[in-house]
Design a protein around this ligand. Sequence first.
Ligand SMILES: [Zn+2]
Length: 241
Amino acid sequence: MYIGFLEDDDFGKVLFYTRKGMRSVRMKWNKYQQLEVTMPRIPSIDEMKGILDLNRAEIKALRARVESREPAFYEGQIIPCCRYHLEISRKPKASQYYDFGFSPGRGCFFISVPQQCDIAGSAAGRALKACMKKLAHRHAAAIILPLAEDVAHEKGCTVRGFVMGRGLKKLGHCTRDRVISLSSTLMYYPEELVRYVICHELAHLKEMNHSAAFHAECNRLCGGREKELEQKLRSFPLLCC
Ligand SMILES: [Zn+2]
Protein backbone atom coordinates (compact mmCIF):
# COMPACT_ATOMS: atom_id res chain seq x y z
CA MET A 1 0.00 0.00 0.00
CA TYR A 2 1.38 3.41 -0.94
CA ILE A 3 1.60 5.69 2.09
CA GLY A 4 3.40 8.81 0.89
CA PHE A 5 6.69 10.31 -0.14
CA LEU A 6 9.62 12.33 1.23
CA GLU A 7 11.89 14.70 -0.67
CA ASP A 8 15.50 13.80 0.02
CA ASP A 9 18.57 15.89 -0.94
CA ASP A 10 20.44 12.87 -2.30
CA PHE A 11 17.65 10.75 -3.69
CA GLY A 12 14.90 13.18 -4.74
CA LYS A 13 11.33 12.00 -4.30
CA VAL A 14 11.33 8.78 -2.24
CA LEU A 15 8.13 6.70 -2.28
CA PHE A 16 7.07 4.76 0.82
CA TYR A 17 4.91 1.63 0.90
CA THR A 18 3.83 -0.84 3.56
CA ARG A 19 3.23 -4.52 3.11
CA LYS A 20 1.80 -6.81 5.76
CA GLY A 21 3.83 -9.86 6.69
CA MET A 22 7.19 -8.34 5.70
CA ARG A 23 9.96 -8.84 8.23
CA SER A 24 12.40 -6.19 7.13
CA VAL A 25 12.58 -2.98 5.14
CA ARG A 26 13.10 -3.39 1.40
CA MET A 27 14.48 -0.75 -0.96
CA LYS A 28 14.68 -0.61 -4.73
CA TRP A 29 15.16 1.90 -7.53
CA ASN A 30 12.25 1.61 -9.92
CA LYS A 31 12.43 2.09 -13.67
CA TYR A 32 11.52 5.77 -13.30
CA GLN A 33 14.72 6.21 -11.23
CA GLN A 34 12.70 6.73 -8.05
CA LEU A 35 13.61 5.06 -4.79
CA GLU A 36 10.84 2.86 -3.35
CA VAL A 37 10.98 1.87 0.32
CA THR A 38 8.60 -0.87 1.53
CA MET A 39 8.15 -1.32 5.28
CA PRO A 40 6.28 -3.83 7.44
CA ARG A 41 4.17 -1.14 9.12
CA ILE A 42 3.30 2.53 8.72
CA PRO A 43 6.30 4.61 9.89
CA SER A 44 6.43 8.13 11.32
CA ILE A 45 8.12 10.87 9.26
CA ASP A 46 11.18 10.61 11.56
CA GLU A 47 11.37 6.89 11.00
CA MET A 48 11.16 7.42 7.23
CA LYS A 49 14.04 9.92 7.41
CA GLY A 50 15.95 7.59 9.77
CA ILE A 51 15.74 4.69 7.31
CA LEU A 52 17.24 6.86 4.56
CA ASP A 53 20.02 8.21 6.82
CA LEU A 54 20.92 4.77 8.10
CA ASN A 55 21.14 3.27 4.62
CA ARG A 56 22.48 6.22 2.63
CA ALA A 57 25.68 4.49 1.46
CA GLU A 58 23.86 1.28 0.57
CA ILE A 59 21.16 3.15 -1.36
CA LYS A 60 23.82 5.04 -3.35
CA ALA A 61 25.58 1.76 -4.17
CA LEU A 62 22.25 0.30 -5.24
CA ARG A 63 21.63 3.27 -7.53
CA ALA A 64 25.10 2.94 -9.08
CA ARG A 65 24.40 -0.73 -9.85
CA VAL A 66 21.03 0.12 -11.43
CA GLU A 67 22.55 2.97 -13.48
CA SER A 68 25.40 0.81 -14.75
CA ARG A 69 22.80 -1.65 -16.07
CA GLU A 70 20.84 1.08 -17.73
CA PRO A 71 21.48 1.19 -21.48
CA ALA A 72 23.04 4.51 -22.42
CA PHE A 73 22.42 6.32 -25.68
CA TYR A 74 25.17 6.25 -28.29
CA GLU A 75 25.87 7.44 -31.82
CA GLY A 76 24.45 5.20 -34.52
CA GLN A 77 22.07 3.58 -32.05
CA ILE A 78 18.98 1.92 -33.51
CA ILE A 79 16.06 1.92 -31.07
CA PRO A 80 13.24 -0.41 -32.10
CA CYS A 81 9.75 1.08 -32.17
CA CYS A 82 6.39 -0.49 -32.89
CA ARG A 83 6.65 -1.26 -36.67
CA TYR A 84 9.50 1.27 -37.17
CA HIS A 85 12.77 2.18 -35.57
CA LEU A 86 14.52 5.30 -34.31
CA GLU A 87 18.08 6.22 -35.25
CA ILE A 88 20.33 8.39 -33.10
CA SER A 89 22.89 10.32 -35.12
CA ARG A 90 25.20 13.29 -34.72
CA LYS A 91 24.73 16.48 -36.70
CA PRO A 92 27.38 17.03 -39.38
CA LYS A 93 27.63 20.78 -38.63
CA ALA A 94 28.01 22.67 -35.35
CA SER A 95 24.67 23.41 -33.74
CA GLN A 96 23.27 23.52 -30.26
CA TYR A 97 19.88 22.05 -31.14
CA TYR A 98 18.44 18.57 -31.23
CA ASP A 99 16.42 17.77 -34.37
CA PHE A 100 13.93 14.95 -34.49
CA GLY A 101 11.14 13.66 -36.69
CA PHE A 102 10.28 11.03 -39.23
CA SER A 103 12.50 10.60 -42.27
CA PRO A 104 10.39 9.36 -45.21
CA GLY A 105 13.60 8.69 -47.16
CA ARG A 106 15.02 6.34 -44.56
CA GLY A 107 11.59 5.11 -43.42
CA CYS A 108 12.42 5.64 -39.76
CA PHE A 109 12.34 8.15 -36.92
CA PHE A 110 15.52 10.05 -36.16
CA ILE A 111 17.06 12.27 -33.51
CA SER A 112 20.15 14.29 -34.50
CA VAL A 113 22.17 15.47 -31.54
CA PRO A 114 24.44 18.56 -31.47
CA GLN A 115 27.84 17.75 -32.92
CA GLN A 116 29.83 18.54 -29.78
CA CYS A 117 27.64 16.81 -27.20
CA ASP A 118 28.53 13.74 -25.15
CA ILE A 119 25.71 11.41 -26.19
CA ALA A 120 26.32 8.98 -23.33
CA GLY A 121 26.29 11.80 -20.74
CA SER A 122 23.38 12.49 -18.44
CA ALA A 123 22.49 15.92 -19.97
CA ALA A 124 22.24 14.39 -23.45
CA GLY A 125 20.32 11.46 -21.97
CA ARG A 126 17.70 13.82 -20.55
CA ALA A 127 17.47 15.76 -23.82
CA LEU A 128 17.14 12.53 -25.85
CA LYS A 129 14.38 11.24 -23.57
CA ALA A 130 12.55 14.56 -23.98
CA CYS A 131 12.88 14.27 -27.79
CA MET A 132 11.58 10.69 -27.64
CA LYS A 133 8.52 11.81 -25.68
CA LYS A 134 7.81 14.63 -28.15
CA LEU A 135 8.19 12.21 -31.07
CA ALA A 136 5.71 9.87 -29.41
CA HIS A 137 3.22 12.67 -28.78
CA ARG A 138 3.37 13.62 -32.45
CA HIS A 139 3.50 10.22 -34.13
CA ALA A 140 2.16 7.51 -31.82
CA ALA A 141 -1.47 8.03 -32.85
CA ALA A 142 -0.70 7.24 -36.51
CA ILE A 143 0.93 3.94 -35.53
CA ILE A 144 -0.93 2.77 -32.44
CA LEU A 145 -4.54 3.70 -33.22
CA PRO A 146 -4.82 1.76 -36.54
CA LEU A 147 -3.12 -1.21 -34.87
CA ALA A 148 -5.64 -1.04 -32.00
CA GLU A 149 -8.53 -0.94 -34.50
CA ASP A 150 -7.07 -3.99 -36.26
CA VAL A 151 -6.68 -5.96 -33.03
CA ALA A 152 -10.24 -5.10 -31.93
CA HIS A 153 -11.53 -6.18 -35.34
CA GLU A 154 -9.51 -9.44 -35.29
CA LYS A 155 -10.83 -10.29 -31.83
CA GLY A 156 -14.41 -9.33 -32.68
CA CYS A 157 -14.60 -6.66 -29.95
CA THR A 158 -16.81 -3.58 -30.22
CA VAL A 159 -15.13 -0.46 -28.87
CA ARG A 160 -16.60 3.02 -28.85
CA GLY A 161 -13.24 4.45 -29.76
CA PHE A 162 -9.49 4.47 -29.14
CA VAL A 163 -7.72 7.64 -28.00
CA MET A 164 -4.08 8.45 -27.25
CA GLY A 165 -3.11 9.28 -23.68
CA ARG A 166 0.18 10.67 -22.38
CA GLY A 167 0.51 8.50 -19.30
CA LEU A 168 3.79 6.74 -18.72
CA LYS A 169 2.88 4.49 -15.81
CA LYS A 170 -0.51 3.62 -17.24
CA LEU A 171 -0.11 2.17 -20.70
CA GLY A 172 -3.83 1.71 -21.24
CA HIS A 173 -7.18 2.48 -19.72
CA CYS A 174 -10.72 1.38 -20.52
CA THR A 175 -13.67 3.53 -19.44
CA ARG A 176 -17.20 2.35 -18.68
CA ASP A 177 -18.24 4.11 -21.91
CA ARG A 178 -16.12 1.56 -23.83
CA VAL A 179 -13.48 4.10 -24.83
CA ILE A 180 -9.91 2.81 -24.62
CA SER A 181 -7.06 5.20 -24.03
CA LEU A 182 -3.54 4.06 -24.96
CA SER A 183 -0.28 5.71 -23.90
CA SER A 184 1.82 7.34 -26.62
CA THR A 185 4.81 5.60 -24.98
CA LEU A 186 3.58 2.37 -26.56
CA MET A 187 5.30 3.58 -29.72
CA TYR A 188 8.57 2.37 -28.15
CA TYR A 189 7.34 -1.13 -27.34
CA PRO A 190 7.54 -4.07 -29.73
CA GLU A 191 4.32 -4.72 -31.66
CA GLU A 192 3.78 -7.98 -29.75
CA LEU A 193 3.63 -6.10 -26.44
CA VAL A 194 1.46 -3.30 -27.86
CA ARG A 195 -1.01 -5.96 -29.02
CA TYR A 196 -0.92 -7.46 -25.54
CA VAL A 197 -1.73 -4.10 -23.90
CA ILE A 198 -4.61 -3.65 -26.36
CA CYS A 199 -5.93 -7.17 -25.56
CA HIS A 200 -5.74 -6.35 -21.83
CA GLU A 201 -7.90 -3.28 -22.36
CA LEU A 202 -10.28 -5.15 -24.67
CA ALA A 203 -10.77 -7.73 -21.92
CA HIS A 204 -11.93 -4.87 -19.68
CA LEU A 205 -14.89 -4.38 -22.01
CA LYS A 206 -16.27 -7.58 -20.47
CA GLU A 207 -14.77 -7.36 -16.97
CA MET A 208 -13.95 -3.95 -15.49
CA ASN A 209 -11.85 -5.44 -12.64
CA HIS A 210 -8.80 -7.74 -12.55
CA SER A 211 -10.75 -10.81 -11.38
CA ALA A 212 -10.15 -14.40 -12.43
CA ALA A 213 -12.87 -13.94 -15.08
CA PHE A 214 -10.96 -10.92 -16.43
CA HIS A 215 -7.69 -12.85 -16.71
CA ALA A 216 -9.47 -15.77 -18.41
CA GLU A 217 -10.85 -13.33 -21.01
CA CYS A 218 -7.50 -11.54 -21.44
CA ASN A 219 -5.69 -14.87 -21.78
CA ARG A 220 -8.19 -15.97 -24.40
CA LEU A 221 -7.70 -12.73 -26.37
CA CYS A 222 -3.92 -13.10 -26.37
CA GLY A 223 -3.91 -16.72 -27.43
CA GLY A 224 -3.11 -18.20 -24.02
CA ARG A 225 0.03 -16.06 -23.59
CA GLU A 226 -1.15 -13.54 -20.97
CA LYS A 227 1.38 -14.53 -18.28
CA GLU A 228 4.32 -14.73 -20.68
CA LEU A 229 3.50 -11.36 -22.27
CA GLU A 230 2.91 -9.68 -18.91
CA GLN A 231 6.37 -10.86 -17.83
CA LYS A 232 7.94 -9.50 -21.03
CA LEU A 233 6.12 -6.19 -20.60
CA ARG A 234 7.30 -5.78 -17.02
CA SER A 235 10.93 -6.43 -17.90
CA PHE A 236 10.98 -4.39 -21.13
CA PRO A 237 13.71 -1.72 -20.86
CA LEU A 238 11.92 1.47 -21.84
CA LEU A 239 14.50 4.08 -22.90
CA CYS A 240 12.31 7.18 -22.88
CA CYS A 241 11.48 7.17 -19.13
ZN1 LIG B 1 -6.43 -3.60 -16.34
